[in-house]
Design a protein around this ligand. Sequence first.
Ligand code: FPP
Length: 243
Amino acid sequence: MNDPTVRFDAAINHLGVIMDGNGRWAKQKGLPRSAGHQAGVQALKRLVSVAGEYNIRIITAFAFSTENWQRPSSEVSFLMRLLAETITKEIDELEEKGVHLRFIGRLQELPEDLLRSLDRAVARTAANDKLVLNVALNYGGRAEIVDAVRKIADLVQEGQVSIDNIDEELVARQMMTGGLPDPDLIIRTGGEHRLSNFLLWQAAYSELWVTPTYWPDFDRRELVRALLAYQLRKRRFGRIHEI
Ligand code: FPP
């Protein structure tokens, strides 16, 4: 069902989501943190299901950060299992919905069986063009920039690029999101007003929307609220005119 109050001309091409608050949601209900993460998967499914109705073409979802390894090992292994299981379980539906699954992050550091199932899912959905679901896994914005700097240093060393030719476009191409436009809007649930190492390069001009709602409770109403707020923002990209 389309929401008549959301104008379709204020299109959000790329939406970033920092899915925070799973643990607090669970605690509030007297449940283990794992139940919060499971409910978080359902919230992401809901978002993927309705995104097309609001002209959203790309979603980048922060699922596991380079810092999350510091959580208790039982929670880390639960999250890895949940990811692997979710991909296996949801792949048919993602395929049906025309979702192209992608992953960003230091994927080579992930458990090998998980990596294999990610690769299979990416290959299977590569031709889909309704929505890109870009999952950030073992992702950190600073790590991404470090890796990009290394790649550029390699290119210079190999004589493929001269230092004078290093510009924003070249740097952007080395980012893990290379080829995707920067996010127009980043939604953070759970109430904290920070980026927490999410898409640091790409978020330079993204609009930010923070809601105290915990991620498992994020639903269409919350999305519409964020989209309505986004429409009122004047994106100037450092210029003085409204564009
Ligand atoms: C933050 O909540 C959430 C995470 C670290 C994990 C997010 C992962 C999912 C929602 C699963 C995604 C699944 C797929 C298939 C992409 P928190 O644990 O930091 O919550 P808290 O701040 O309340 O403790």
